[in-house]
Write a protein that binds this ligand. Sequence first.
Ligand SMILES: [Fe+2]
Length: 235
Amino acid sequence: MSYLDMPLGEIATQVPGATAILFKHNINFCDDGELALKTIIKIKALNADDIVPTIEALATRSGATEDWSKVNNKKLIAHILTRYHQVHSEQLTELIRLADCVESKHGSNQLCPNKLAKLLVVVKQELEEHMQKEKTALFPMLSKAHSPLLSGPINVMTTDHKHHIENLDRIYALTNNYLLPSEACNTWRALYLGLNEFIGDVHKLIHIENNILFARSLKKDVVARGGSGYESSRY
Ligand SMILES: [Fe+2]
């Protein structure tokens, strides 16, 4: 089925991040969830080409499968910056907006993830500081053919990663592992869908960095220092 024929509620609760596009065009997917996208486009005199291609791109964002262990550092870093760093900021901006909306409308519901928006603001700030350190300091060094020994800065980044995982565990706890009441609105459902995508992406990124990008450099360190091997950490 084309996205044009899909009800707004289905798009919002099946395509992670699609709510940001709908919100940008002032489309109320929560109250008008039954309306097809093409209907609301007609009512509001919008241009489908401004909306549908973006939703299609979001729907396939998580599906890419490439063996990143076979890609050189330069290409891998370019992938990390565009597929994860840039996307994390967009995801968190929208998740904070959705969490704010859910808390303000459903704060008295016993399953409402109260204080989630506040936690996500902290997560965004800490993640963006971390990504900035990688982008400006560590990644340029890792892109060089003959990089210096980097175990010190890499250890700082992997410690940050452990902290990020702890933050994700706090999100699971606040949302009762994404437990929705049967009466949950489309905004609440879209929030948990987006959180699920975001958390999956953070895990994938940390795996790529710790177990591929950083592991390569640490192995070089061990060789340079006359060591015998490197044990990769889980995260
Ligand atoms: Fe990182």
